[in-house]
Design a binder for this molecule. Structure first.
Ligand SMILES: C[S@@+](CC[C@H](N)C(=O)[O-])C[C@H]1O[C@@H](n2cnc3c(N)ncnc32)[C@H](O)[C@@H]1O
Length: 208
């Protein structure tokens, strides 16, 4: 689901950039380690601040970044105009229907996009499918608790189906062969969850 006007305004502002650069990405980097020489898929890239950090902070070799909203892709294209294919591929796409072959990426990154996806469980199945065995799913998310706080309910628009607790999110990852174990942390009394799931090495039977 695309963001409403107010959320777009906040997510495209210096406020979001500051939080992502100074708090969220460093927390994820500490949990995941560097992505040097990695081929990375970013889902729900928005205006591309996280994409830039994947190169500059995580040292990714190549990034394919996608977002369901073409307007956000255009913004990201402007921000990332100094990066070309094959280092960067940006395209409009849906995280529940990733158009690449199985086991293609060393890492998939989700900077707070899945709570916008009504069928978030389907997106997790897709993420597990496109990760190589041993590949990392690096995520930060807002939980149901944050979405249901009255200011957020009043100001932002989120699909009802995509509200999950931290535990429900972690269980869904495990169900899809993404092992988190102790590689996660919650913040603000469970409003936010950050973590890394490692795709198990046995082959997964992917539904056609
Ligand atoms: C809260 S914003 C986060 C944007 C960016 N990752 C950031 O951290 O600033 C959520 C983003 O997910 C995108 N999105 C929503 N549903 C999606 C889907 N099914 N597939 C891919 N992107 C989606 C939205 O268009 C939006 O840009």
């Amino acid at each position: 689901m695309k963001m409403n006007f107010l959320e777009s305004f906040v997510m495209n502002s210096f406020i979001r950039t500051w939080f992502l650069k100074n708090l969220e990405a460093p927390t994820l980097l500490e949990l995941s380690g560097s992505l040097k020489d990695h081929a990375v898929l970013e889902i729900g890239c928005g205006q591309g601040v996280g994409t830039e950090l994947l190169f500059n902070m995580f040292n990714a070799k190549k990034v394919m970044a996608m977002d369901i909203d073409l307007k956000m892709i255009r913004r990201a294209q402007k921000r990332l105009r100094n990066y070309d294919a094959p280092k960067l591929i940006l395209h409009a796409g849906d995280a529940t229907n990733i158009t690449t072959r199985d086991e293609m990426f060393d890492a998939v990154v989700n900077f707070s996009a899945l709570h916008h996806v009504p069928q978030w469980q389907k997106a997790i199945t897709e993420i597990a499918r496109v990760l190589k065995p041993g590949g990392r799913f690096i995520f930060e998310e807002v939980t149901r608790q944050w979405i249901e706080r009255w200011p957020n309910r009043l100001l932002f628009l989120h699909p009802k189906e995509s509200r999950f607790t931290d535990l429900e999110f972690l269980q869904e990852l495990e169900k899809n062969g993404l092992k988190v174990e102790d590689r996660f942390t919650t913040k603000k009394k469970g409003d936010f969850i950050f973590g890394v799931g490692i795709r198990e090495t046995r082959s997964i039977q992917h539904p056609k």
